[in-house]
Design a protein around this ligand. Structure first.
Ligand code: ATP
Ligand code: MG
Length: 210
């Protein structure tokens, strides 16, 4: 079970299985408050499984291990979709009480001021990704879990999104665990880059250090 015991994120001996298939196999991980960690690993290595475990959204998997996360966790899923029948601002607020003003501010932060009343299908892919980011930030998470949030974007938009994410992280200071297939992206953004392999963290690098 995930418990709230302050800001340090700690995973120890985490095992996750789907049926008899073991995906995470005694994984250990710590993330400091405000630290930006990028997670690399082959397709099928268990990155999304780890994020779902951290978010407490993995009822379809079995296993054990201890997970400590802050109370406020936001997730941007790999297949992040906006609700098509809800306007942009409603997609950000998603029923949070009295959060309209905050929602407007978050949209402005991601460069979408004035688009509050638009429908999702009136937005480009990159704009929709920014709405997903605003939706995560409006909850003021202490841990932001992002599963390839820029996967579908072209190179130029990706670079813009990197700048935006870095700025927002500097402002709000959540710990971040970003899953990406892009090594350059990982190195450009993160304080620490991890590789998930055979159910464990097998490599670690701190960009900027030699
Ligand atoms: P990708 O980079 O392709 O997104 P990933 O590292 O995120 O891959 P996961 O989605 O965590 O990988 O999946 C890890 C393994 O667990 C895969 O072999 C996948 O087929 C299996 N798996 C994931 N979810 C389920 C599920 N709900 N039921 C059964 N098997 C699953
Ligand atoms: Mg995945």
């Amino acid at each position: 079970m995930a418990t709230d015991t302050g800001e340090l994120i700690r995973v120890s001996g985490l095992t996750r299985r789907y049926g008899t298939r073991t995906v995470l196999d005694g994984l250990d991980l710590e993330i400091a408050p405000g630290e930006f960690v990028a997670l690399l690993g082959r397709s099928g290595s268990g990155k999304s499984t780890l994020l779902r475990a951290l978010a407490g959204l993995d009822d379809d998997a079995s296993g054990d291990g201890a997970i400590t996360v802050p109370a406020q966790v936001s997730v941007i899923f790999q297949d992040a979709r906006l609700l098509p029948w809800q306007r942009v601002l409603d997609n950000v607020v998603l029923g949070m009480d009295g959060a309209e003003e905050k929602g407007r501010r978050s949209l402005a932060e991601v460069g979408l001021a004035g688009r509050e009343r638009a429908w999702p299908n009136e937005l480009s892919g990159g704009e929709q990704q920014r709405v997903a980011l605003a939706r995560s930030l409006v909850r003021e998470p202490r841990l932001l879990l992002a599963d390839e949030p820029f996967g579908a974007l072209d190179a130029l938009t990706r670079i813009k999104m990197h700048g935006l994410l870095r700025r927002l992280v500097e402002q709000h200071r959540p710990a971040v665990l970003l899953v990406t297939h892009d090594v350059d992206e990982a190195i450009a953004l993160a304080d620490r880059v991890l590789v998930l392999e055979n159910g464990k963290i097998t490599a670690e690098q701190r960009p900027g250090e030699t």
